[in-house]
Structures are given as C-alpha cells and as structure tokens.
Design a protein around this ligand. Structure first.
Ligand SMILES: [Zn+2]
Ligand SMILES: [Zn+2]
Length: 382
C-alpha cells in the first residue's frame, strides 16, 4: 500500500490563491483590510514548518491556510454590502419545494411501514444483502462525492470512479456535480448565510429542511463563483450526471428491488418496502453529518467552529463523524487522524483500493501539524 503523503502547510497569499483557484475547498480567511498582511504572513510562517520528506511539488500543490483562530463570518459584512440579491433570487429563497417535501414524506412513511412489517418476515440473506447495498450507497457518498470529488484527498483510476459513481447514485441524492458544489460552498462558508445547510437556522433546517426550501441568495451567489472545472472535466461524472434520472431510478430503486425479487424471491411489497427502509436510513445517515455533527460533540482541533467530533455520526456515516477534524483538515483522505480505526469504514475502503493500485496520492495531515493546530485553536481536550 502506498504510504499516505504527510503534508505540512504554510499560509501565504499566493499559495492560498493557487489552492483556492484549483479546488475551492478552503476555509474563509479573516479579512486583512486595515491590518498588515505581510506581518500576518510572517506570523503564520513561524507557526508552520515543512516536512523534509515531502517532495516540493506536493507541498505547493496542496497548500492550506492556517490562519490563527479563523472566524468564519468575517467575510460576510463586506460581501453583504456589495451583494444585492435580485427579486428572483429572493423569491426562490422564500419558496417551499413541494416536490421535495412530498418525496421526503413519502420515503419516510413508506420506510416506516417497511421497517415495521418487513423485519418480521424478511429472510436473513435478503436482509444482509440490503444492508450491504446501503453500505455501498454510503461509500459512494463518503469515498466518492465527498473525499474524492469534493476534496480531491486522493486520486482514483477510472475503474474506481465508475464504481463510486454507481454507488453514489444508489444513495439516491442529487447529481455528483451539485453535491460537490454545495459541499465546497459549505466548507468555504461554514455556519454562515452562504452555507447551504447553515446550522444557525436550526437542527431541522441543517438536517433536511434546506432541501425543502429555496436556497439563500448568498448560497447561490457563492456557488456560481466556485471553480468546478475539475468536475466538469471528469468524464465518468459528466456521463452519469447527464443521465441523472436513469442512474437514480436504476441504482437507487430498480436494481435493489429486482435483486430482492428475483434473487431472494421475496414478495413485491416486501422488496419495495425493504428498499425504502434502506433509502430512508441512508438519507438520514448522510444528513446527520450536516445536523448532528454540527450540533453535538467536542472541538479538540478548533473551538471557533460548530462542526464537532461525534462518534454516533461516525457509526452512521461510515467514518464521517470526526467533523471538527475534517473542517480543519479537509484535504485528509481519512477525515480523521485515527486512520481506519474508530469506525472509519470509508478509510478502510480507500486503503483497500490503494493496495490494489486503483487509489493513489492519499493525503493526510502530519501529526505535528495536527498537534500544533489543536494546541493553538482547540478547546483543550486534545
Ligand atoms: Zn460540515
Ligand atoms: Zn467535507
């Protein structure tokens, strides 16, 4: 297995701009107006050091800002002043998306029915199959749309990208392009009005309410500004997204239902109901990262942000609950400093494909970097 790259980062404006242009996954950095940016750079350089074992090209490729005590709403006042949303954006923001509301209600009613009656009659083999299918869908989101496409925390051969795209559509969300755009905006403007699932608007809004209403004008504005060229260039993603309805209907609904019917010989009502249970649990697992992991848990790496370390979300979302760490070090392919330990099934999955050569350039934060950041910004529990 290829060893993950150990990366130490140092802030300077050129490195930040370069990285922001390429991946647009950076945390917003405090406005420097009225301050001396050169002095700030010097301060940050003292706080950072490069690992001598890393080739220079890797360091310049993945520079990462380490501004002391970042404050994520600092960008808003100036941005708000210069941004006057159009009447169309305001109207869209205030509207309810009835199609999504009805769809989510239907999935939960059908899912609860399937959960109540299905568990009493379903065969063990069919139950194990649907659990495995649910895990596959989860991995499509965590290892695919999240760690690969949103954060570029590792590289994947086309064969693995095809598998991940199919898995992603099994989870039954939106297109990969839209998921990645929303997630990059979430990281860049976390817990502000420009965050698609801003936790300050309440637990329910961050969980699934944001899908039921129009987007805040700031979310649309910042989403349009993002550089999504890497996603548009990915042929696997482009093909799947162009065939969105076919991909979602086939991998999320038709395939698991037909396998339950013709391989496990279950009655039709049970096939549909069981798949709906899987879909309901999978949706809530993904949503819990935006709600539960932004609400409950400790902040050992950065006490200034809402994302928290949450073991429950980690168990539900295949390793995505170490969310305070993830928001501080979003480039880390493991989304935590514990590797595949502590319920990180997604890391185990990526490690396996790294072993067979389909995943490479796994990036991770160095121990010293994590300790330094935790000592400076953490809540003291690290
Ligand atoms: Zn988050
Ligand atoms: Zn992320």
């Amino acid at each position: 297995m290829r060893r993950p790259l150990k990366i130490a980062h140092c802030i300077d404006h050129s490195a930040r701009a370069r990285c922001e242009d390429r991946f647009t996954l950076l945390l917003p950095v405090r406005e420097t107006a009225g301050k001396n940016p050169l002095k700030k750079n010097e301060e940050n350089k003292k706080l950072c050091q490069f690992s001598s074992s890393i080739p220079a090209k890797h360091i310049t490729d993945f520079s990462f800002p380490m501004a002391p005590e970042p404050r994520y709403d600092d960008f808003l006042p100036s941005d708000k002043q210069s941004f006057v949303p159009s009447a169309e954006l305001v109207a869209r923001h205030q509207s309810l998306k009835w199609r999504n509301i009805c769809g989510i209600a239907l999935v939960h009613i059908w899912g609860m029915y399937g959960l109540w009656y299905g568990l009493q009659t379903i065969k063990w083999s069919a139950l194990l199959f649907i659990i495995a299918y649910g895990w596959a869908g989860g991995l499509g989101v965590t290892a695919g749309a999240h760690r690969l496409w949103s954060h570029r925390s590792y590289r994947a051969k086309w064969q693995l990208r095809v598998i991940l795209a199919a898995f992603f559509y099994a989870a039954g969300l939106t297109t990969i392009h839209d998921w990645v755009r929303d997630h990059r905006v979430h990281h860049k403007f976390v817990d502000t009005s420009a965050d698609p699932h801003d936790i300050n608007r309440g637990f329910f809004f961050a969980h699934c309410g944001w899908i039921m209403t129009g987007k805040h004008p700031m979310v649309i504005q910042q989403g349009r500004k993002l550089d999504m060229e890497d996603i548009l260039r990915d042929k696997v993603v482009s093909w799947c997204d162009e065939n969105f309805y076919f991909m979602k209907m086939f991998f999320c609904f038709a395939l698991p239902t037909l396998i339950l019917r013709y391989v496990f010989d279950e009655p039709w009502w049970l096939c549909v109901g069981t798949n709906m249970v899987r879909y309901m649990i999978s949706l809530n697992g993904v949503w819990s990262v935006n709600s539960v992991a932004h609400y409950f848990g400790g902040h050992p790496y950065d006490k200034n942000i809402r994302p928290a370390e949450n073991w429950f979300v980690t168990a539900c979302a295949l390793g995505e609950g170490w969310h305070n760490y993830h928001h501080v070090f979003p480039f880390d392919y493991s989304s935590s400093e514990f590797g595949f330990k502590k319920n990180n099934a997604t890391t185990l999955f990526i490690n396996f494909f790294s072993l067979i050569g389909w995943a490479r350039d796994l990036k991770t934060a160095s121990k010293e970097m994590v300790q330094r950041h935790a000592a400076r910004c953490g809540d003291g529990t690290y």
